[in-house]
Ligand binder design. Sequence first.
Ligand SMILES: NC(=O)c1ccc[n+]([C@@H]2O[C@H](COP(=O)([O-])OP(=O)(O)OC[C@H]3O[C@@H](n4cnc5c(N)ncnc54)[C@H](OP(=O)(O)O)[C@@H]3O)[C@@H](O)[C@H]2O)c1
Length: 294
Amino acid sequence: MKIIVTGSKGQLGRSIQEISSQYPDFAFVFTDIEELDICDSVQVDKFFVVEKPFAVVNCAAYTAVDKAEKEQILAKKINSEAVVNLVNECKKTGAKLIHISTDYLFDGNKSTPYHEKDIVRPQSIYGITKLEGETAILRAEIKSIIIRTSWLYSAFGNNFVKTMIRLGQERDQLGIVSDQVGTPTYAGDLAKVILDILQMGAKDSKRFVPGIYHFSNEGVASWYDFTKAIFEIHQVINCKVNPIDTASYPTPASRPAYSVLNKSKIKTTFAIEIPYWRDSLKLCLNKLKEDANK
Ligand SMILES: NC(=O)c1ccc[n+]([C@@H]2O[C@H](COP(=O)([O-])OP(=O)(O)OC[C@H]3O[C@@H](n4cnc5c(N)ncnc54)[C@H](OP(=O)(O)O)[C@@H]3O)[C@@H](O)[C@H]2O)c1
């Protein structure tokens, strides 16, 4: 059974690659823009004809949240229009689709965890284009699962954890936003859930239950809490972390003040347990240390 993974040089794509050998029932076809540009409908069509996939995991995305405010056309092309190309092929061939979306669809005005049915009101171009991608999938009535996640990090590529470690070693103090609250998500945990769902669906198609699901690690943190935990676990000792508010750190894109996701649906539907965010952070930081010592 073939699984096409798009955007596989990104954080989530590389995390899927890393554990793919634990899923021997699947033949993975890992692609990034060089092999499969999801914006090119002709190429996408040809790829599906040749590979005849059982499923597609769409990890390709435009993820530069602030830059998207200036690059609206490109963000829309990758996060929305290109998703239509994948949807069309899934419709033609019956392939299943797992697509990744974001907590930045929400306006952040709630103070209890967001459910899948809560009203979406994105505050940024990135959020708007990701919502358009979701809408294209839901309209098509294909066998699809949309997983909304938040604050993704890994040992791969650029992300908040790696940036904080670098800055913590360069500076003696840092001001980090303490009034935006959400949950960090280790891409390795999300990768496992995606492949477990596909494996369940491969054994019994009824277990691939289409719909929108929320997934992050367990627990709640501000960016300040997240940074303090990174420094504590990684033993960055010479940099003081100061809490600041969002108003003191203006960014081109607005972000929700609160975007904790309620994960009950994914946990009950697929009988999964989700690790606490600090436990997964430790795994990631250990991996970074191991990689540095290689
Ligand atoms: N990162 C987060 O904090 C976060 C939070 C919530 C949700 N998400 C969602 O989670 C998913 C995975 O995120 P991630 O952090 O793994 O993203 P990422 O590291 O930015 O990876 C995305 C990958 O897609 C590639 N790509 C871009 N345009 C493409 C195209 N036209 N065709 C094929 N590949 C293309 C990128 O290549 P280039 O690098 O060359 O552009 C990159 O390798 C995304 O859907 C994202 O929206 C992320």
